[in-house]
Every structure is written in C-alpha cells, then in structure tokens.
Design a protein around this ligand. Structure first.
Ligand code: NAP
Length: 253
C-alpha cells in the first residue's frame, strides 16, 4: 500500500522546482495529481512525466492571484476526481531585492499578493470542499524566512511569516472537522526561483547563502518533497498547526 493510494492531490506551482518534485512524489505514492500553474515551457514535459507515473494527472492553467480562476481550478479537481484530499499551496515568487526604504509599493504588493494572499485564496476554496467532505489535508509552503529575517527581502519574509500565522490559526479553526493544516519551512533549495533571484548566477552570494546552512550545501527539491509526503499522509495523522523545517540546520544556529 502506497502512502497516497487513490488520493487526490492539488498542487499550485507544480510545474517547477519544489512543487514539481512534490507532484512527482505524490504520483509515485499513488495519488491522482492536479497541477495548477501558469502555463509555461515546462508544462508538457512535466505532465508527461506525471502521466508516466499516474495516468490520471491533470493540468490547470491557473493564476493563483485570481479568485475566480482558483475557484474554477478546484471545481475541475472535483469534477475530474470527485474529492480533494490534499492541497499544497506552493506557488510563490522571490521578487526584487531592496531594503525596506527602497522597495517600490508595486514590488511589495506583488510579493505579498502571490506569497500570502494567494495562499488565503486557495485555502478559502479548498476548505469549502474539505468541510463538506469532513476530511482533508492542507500544506502551505512557507520558508525559513517565515521564521527569521533576510536583508533585502522584507516583502518575502513578511509574507512567509504571515503564512505561518495563517496556517496555525486555520489549524485551530478546523482541528475538530477532520482537516489538518501544516506548513513547510525549507532552507535555500536549488530551484529556478534561485536562478530568477540572481543567486545561482552570483558565486559570492551563493557561497554566503551556503555558509548559512550548517550542512554546508543548499537543499534539493526532492528533500522537501519527502517532508510534503509525510505531512500529506496518515504518517502525520496527529500533526496539525506545525511548521516542518527542512533546512540543513539553518534555523538551529
Ligand atoms: P519555482 O521553481 O520558481 O516554482 C514556483 C512555481 O510557481 C513556478 O512554476 C511559477 O510559475 C509558479 N507561480 C508563480 N506565480 C504564480 C501564480 N500567480 N499562479 C500560479 N503559479 C504561479 O520556485 P520554488 O523554489 O520551487 O518555490 C516554490 C515555493 O517554495 C515558493 O512558495 C517559495 O517561496 C518556496 N520556497 C522556496 C525556497 C527556495 O530556496 N527555492 C525556499 C523556501 C521556500 P513561473 O515559473 O511561470 O513563474
């Protein structure tokens, strides 16, 4: 028996990096996987990989900052599979770097919008279904930067801190309704997000970040996916409101 046999798993930002690894691992564990992401170059290849593992994978072209698109995506999950058992609210962006006094309002609003408001939007729709089912698991992707600051990324750290508050509060609100809600706090993970943020292309910055991890390396998406499968499955049946740190010791310093 695999850990997610027959379960329906909905993943935002599932075409790339951490979300993609979680989608592939969920499929390996027997789940039907519904990926919601911005349609891009990786779409066909990722869906092909998923279908090799699980013929019931579906893709939804969905901007998670659009309330209506998220509603339609969740409806499509239900019409395709009948249930929504696990949701991973993972889509996120890094945003421009800059000190608080220098960040543009536009940049602030964009990062808070995708990394925080969209998690609320997704939870809003997911909970509607899970409440009717009296069953479900939600995992929100926060970060080590949901627990500590990082100079130049106040918008990102503020959003990721807030995701933890949202996770804990929702966990309390739905604890007796059969719905578990947890978060993951990854350290720096080698994904396209780091390339977009200019970290992969700058050896000095990359080394500075590696040095912050006592294990002396960055993490891999696969390592975050293992934590996701734990939180998504019955292995974590008595865990709600927690934030699982997968960070090579970053927060232990
Ligand atoms: P990634 O490789 O860039 O993947 C993020 C995915 O989300 C991409 O497919 C992206 O599409 C999609 N996305 C962005 N905005 C969206 C929107 N409005 N609607 C739908 N999809 C959207 O990044 P990642 O590193 O895997 O990050 C995944 C999550 O982990 C994020 O929440 C991030 O903050 C968090 N995290 C990452 C790290 C790290 O070091 N990588 C550490 C801690 C936490 P496009 O590619 O088209 O933009």
């Amino acid at each position: 028996m695999r850990k997610l046999d027959g379960k329906t798993v909905f993943i935002t930002g599932g075409l790339s990096g951490i979300g993609k690894a979680c989608a592939l691992n969920a499929a390996l564990e027997g789940a039907n996987v519904a990926v919601a992401d911005l349609k891009g170059g990786e779409m066909e290849a990722t869906m092909e990989e998923l279908k090799k593992l699980n013929s019931k994978a579906i893709f939804m072209d969905c901007d998670v900052s659009d309330f209506k698109q998220v509603h339609e995506a969740i409806q499509k999950v239900i019409s395709s599979f009948g249930t929504l058992d696990v949701a991973l609210n993972n889509a996120g962006i890094g945003g421009e770097a800059g000190r608080v006094g220098e960040l543009s309002e536009q940049s602030w609003l964009k990062v808070i919008g995708v990394n925080l408001n969209c998690v609320f939007t997704c939870m809003r729709h997911e909970l509607e279904i899970m409440l009717k089912q009296k069953n479900g698991v939600i995992v929100n992707m926060s970060s080590i930067l949901g627990k500590v600051g990082f100079a130049g990324s106040s918008h990102y750290t503020a959003a990721k801190h807030a995701v933890l508050g949202l996770t804990q509060t929702a966990a309390l609100e739905y604890a007796t309704e059969g719905i578990r809600i947890n978060a993951i706090c990854p350290g720096f993970i080698e994904t396209p997000l780091l390339t977009k943020a200019g970290i992969e292309g700058d050896a000095a910055i990359k080394q500075m970040i590696v040095d912050k991890h006592p294990m002396n390396r960055l993490g891999k998406s696969e390592e975050v996916a293992k934590g996701f499968i734990f939180l998504a499955s019955e292995d974590s049946s008595f865990i709600t409101g927690t934030a699982l740190e997968i960070d090579g010791g970053y927060l232990a310093v």
